[in-house]
Ligand binder design. Structure first.
Ligand code: ASP
Length: 327
């Protein structure tokens, strides 16, 4: 836990020597285990502050540009809420078709423009590698909010924070995490598998044959000595699972719509299926869901996916405070 630096009544300057000041957040590969402990300590403190006083002035006067080239509900609105809860403000660009992007402006030029007005840029873009390109062009910090099928590092951080808060930080080592659904195109699982490889976990991948976890990700995880296994059905691994991470089949990424039709309803989590699972496990989902978790399961205490969204607010508050030199 860091020493408290979040008292809103103290007059703060930026700490330009802070480790995360001015840094980009592009990939989970940037993080070591100690970094996660630090981020989650700050996020935990943010949670306490929000519960006690709601909004406070840690980032007063700071501006975030929220630049989204792809649809988003949670990531975009939680970054907005995070900035506003910290007393800062937001330039929202959710409809790039109404911005100069539709006139053919390049990503580096758009980013160079926004950093004239904002202190930090959050970017979602359909192309893998776009966040790194933007970060190269910008002098101000860029935070990757999803780059195509590449990564979604802030989602993986909030997912891991959810596991810490729900099941206990000390419990992560020794856990079995089962990822289910579209592991090929789902960027959240690409980031999460890499991030969890900082812990002594076991990872099961359950997917249709055409949606398997990419070899590149599995190879990176294997280098860390993490046991991994692939399955076509959930049955065998559900009873040993501590965290079941369900994903949506990413319709928008399929080249052939017929392939999507073949796999779209492959798995459905409902109260009957969940009878085979432990009592003290959790079910997570980055959301949106499109049928892969039945609403009948929502009232089960193991359904953590709505709480997971709230944890995202605290993690994003922590990240903004860190890259702006205030935590
Ligand atoms: N919201 C997550 C993402 O942007 C998951 C999803 O869309 O299925 O990757």
């Amino acid at each position: 836990m860091p020493t408290s630096s979040l008292n809103p009544h103290l007059p703060f300057g930026e700490n330009k020597n802070a480790e995360w000041y001015g840094k980009d957040i592009i990939s989970v590969k940037q993080f070591k285990r100690e970094d996660l402990e630090y981020i989650f300590g700050v996020a935990h403190e943010m949670r306490g502050m929000v519960e006690r006083i709601g909004t406070f002035d840690l980032l007063k006067g700071k501006i975030l540009a929220n630049l989204f080239y792809e649809p988003s509900t949670r990531t975009s609105s939680s970054f907005t809420a995070a900035m506003e809860r910290l007393g800062g403000s937001v330039i929202p660009i959710n409809e790039v078709k109404y911005s100069s992007v539709s006139k053919g402006e390049s990503l580096p030029d758009t980013v160079r423009t926004l950093e004239c007005y904002a202190d930090v840029i959050v970017l979602r873009h359909p192309e893998t590698g776009s966040a790194a390109i933007a970060a190269k062009a910008a002098r101000k910090p860029v935070i990757n909010a999803g780059d195509g099928v590449g990564e979604h590092p802030t989602q993986a951080l909030l997912d891991t924070f959810t596991i810490f808060e729900e099941l206990g930080a000390g419990q992560v080592d020794g856990m079995t995490v089962t990822m289910l659904g579209d592991l090929k195109y789902g960027r959240t699982v690409h980031s999460l598998a890499r991030l969890l490889s900082l812990f002594k976990v076991k990872i099961n991948y359950v997917s249709p044959d055409i949606l398997k976890m990419p070899k590149e990700v599995m190879d990176e995880v294997a280098v860390k000595g993490i046991p991994q296994a692939e399955f076509g059905s959930l049955e065998k691994v559900l009873p040993e699972t501590d965290v079941l991470y369900v994903t949506r089949v990413q319709k928008e990424r399929f080249e052939d719509p017929a392939d999507y039709e073949k796999v779209k309803g492959a798995y459905v989590i409902d109260p009957i299926v969940m009878k085979a699972a432990k009592k003290d496990m959790i079910v997570m989902h980055p959301l949106p869901r499109v049928g892969e978790i039945s609403v009948d399961f929502d009232d089960d205490p193991r359904a953590a996916y709505f709480r997971q969204m709230e944890y995202g607010l605290y993690v994003r508050m922590a990240l903004l405070a860190m890259v702006l030199g205030k935590a």
